[in-house]
Design a protein around this ligand. Structure first.
Ligand code: UT7
Length: 322
C-alpha cells in the first residue's frame, strides 16, 4: 500500500516575546485572568521586517533539512494561512521562489486554525494518487497583524509562528486517515468584519481585525472535539490506546483538557504548547509537533492524532504514524 509519510518537521518562532505582564501595561487585563481562562503565559510576535512567508520559509528549511530533501525534490507546496503576505501572489509562491523550487506548484489554503490539517489532507490525496513524490505543507501566521491591540477579549489570545512538514510517498505507514469539515453558518462568531472584497474601513478604526464571541466559540470547539473523538474511535475500531500522542490545535488550555477527556487520553500523552505560543492558528499543530519530535517525546513509529477547530467554522483531524 502507498502512504504519504512525514519525513521532516520544522518550525520557527519570532524572537520577540510578549508576556502577560507586558500586556498588563497595554490594556485592562491581568496575568492571572489570562492564565486562568486560557493557560497562556506568553506569545511570540513577528518583527516589523518579518512576514508570514519569512516565518514559513525558515520552518520549511528546518523540515527539509530533517527530511534531507532539496527544493528541486518538491512536487507541491501548500501554505495554510489566514494572514498571507499579500493578496496576490500567494504566500506559497513567495516561499517557492525563496526556496528555489522552480516550477513546483504552490498554493495557499485558508481554513483558519484547521489549515494545517486541510493541507495535510490535500497533500496526502495528491501524493497517494500519484501527483508527485514529495510535498511541503506549511502552517504560518502573523496574527499580530490582524489583532486589535485595544480589544482585551482577543488581543491576549494570539501569537505568530510557523511550522512545516515534508511528506514523501512511502511503502511504510504514514498518514492513516484524515477527516475535514466545515460549517459556514457561524461566520459571525469568529471573523474579521472587513476584508479585501468587502473593503477596509480603517478611518472608523475597523481594519481587518479578529472579532470573536469567545464564549460561543469555546462551547462549539468543545462540542466539536467530542464529534472528532467519535470519528477517531470509529477509525480505530475503539482501540484508542493505539494513539501514542494527541496534538490538538492550541487555542485554550481548557479546550485542550476537555478534548483530552473526551478521548480518554491522560495529559501526559497530550502535547500542549499554548502556554508558550498562544494561538498561532494554522501554525499551532506543526509547531507543537516539531517541539515534541525534537525534545524526544515523539519517536519514529509513534501513532499521532491531530485535531483542530477554527473560524469558518472549519475543523478536522488526522491520524498518522510518524
Ligand atoms: O482558534 C479558534 C478557536 N478559538 C477559540 O477556541 C477561543 C475560544 N474561546 C475562549 O478561549 C474563551 O472564551 C476566552 C478565553 C476568549 C474567554 O474566556 P471566557 O471564560 O469565555 O470568558 P468570557 O468571554 O465569558 O468573559 C468573562 C469576563 C467578562 O467580564 P464580565 O462580563 O463577566 O464582567 C469579560 O469582559 O472576563 C472579561 N474579560 C477579561 N478580563 C480580563 C475578557 N477578556 C479579558 C481579559 N482580561 N483579557
Amino acid at each position: 500500500m502507498t502512504y504519504a509519510r512525514i519525513t521532516g518537521i520544522g518550525s520557527y518562532l519570532p524572537e520577540k516575546v510578549l508576556t502577560n505582564k507586558d500586556l498588563e501595561k497595554m490594556m485592562d487585563t491581568s496575568d492571572e485572568w489570562i492564565r486562568e481562562r486560557t493557560g497562556i503565559k506568553r506569545r511570540h510576535i513577528a518583527a516589523d521586517d518579518e512576514t508570514t512567508s519569512s516565518l514559513g520559509l525558515i520552518a520549511a528549511r528546518h523540515a527539509m533539512e530533517m527530511a534531507d530533501v532539496t527544493a528541486g525534490d518538491l512536487d507541491m507546496i501548500i501554505v495554510a494561512t489566514c494572514t498571507p503576505d499579500k493578496v496576490i501572489p500567494g504566500t506559497a509562491c513567495i516561499i517557492q521562489r525563496h526556496l528555489g523550487a522552480k516550477r513546483c506548484p504552490a498554493i495557499d489554503i485558508n481554513a483558519a486554525c484547521s489549515g494545517f490539517i486541510y493541507g495535510l489532507d490535500q497533500a496526502n490525496r495528491y501524493l497517494v494518487t500519484g501527483g508527485g513524490r514529495r510535498a511541503l505543507v506549511i502552517g504560518a501566521e502573523t496574527l499580530s497583524r490582524i489583532t486589535d491591540w485595544h480589544d482585551r477579549t482577543t488581543a491576549v489570545l494570539f501569537g505568530d509562528g510557523a511550522g512545516a512538514a515534508v511528506l514523501e510517498v512511502s511503502d511504510e505507514p504514514g498518514i492513516l486517515s484524515t477527516h475535514i469539515h466545515a460549517n459556514g453558518e457561524f461566520e459571525d462568531l469568529l471573523q474579521t468584519r472587513n476584508g479585501v472584497s468587502l473593503g477596509f474601513d480603517a478611518s472608523a478604526g475597523l481594519g481587518a481585525f479578529i472579532e470573536m464571541n469567545g464564549n460561543a466559540v469555546f462551547k462549539r470547539a468543545v462540542a466539536t472535539f467530542d464529534s472528532m473523538a467519535r470519528e477517531t474511535v470509529a477509525d480505530l475500531d475503539g482501540h484508542l490506546e493505539d494513539i501514542d500522542w494527541f496534538i490538538p490545535h492550541q487555542a485554550n488550555m481548557r479546550i485542550i483538557l476537555a478534548a483530552a477527556k473526551k478521548l480518554g487520553m491522560s495529559m501526559d500523552r497530550v502535547i500542549a504548547t499554548v502556554d508558550e505560543h498562544a494561538n498561532t492558528s494554522a501554525a499551532s499543530i506543526p509547531l507543537a509537533m516539531d517541539l515534541a519530535v525534537r525534545d524526544g517525546r515523539i519517536k519514529r513509529g509513534d501513532t499521532l492524532l491531530i485535531g483542530a477547530f477554527g473560524a469558518g467554522f472549519t475543523w478536522g483531524s488526522a491520524m498518522l504514524e510518524f
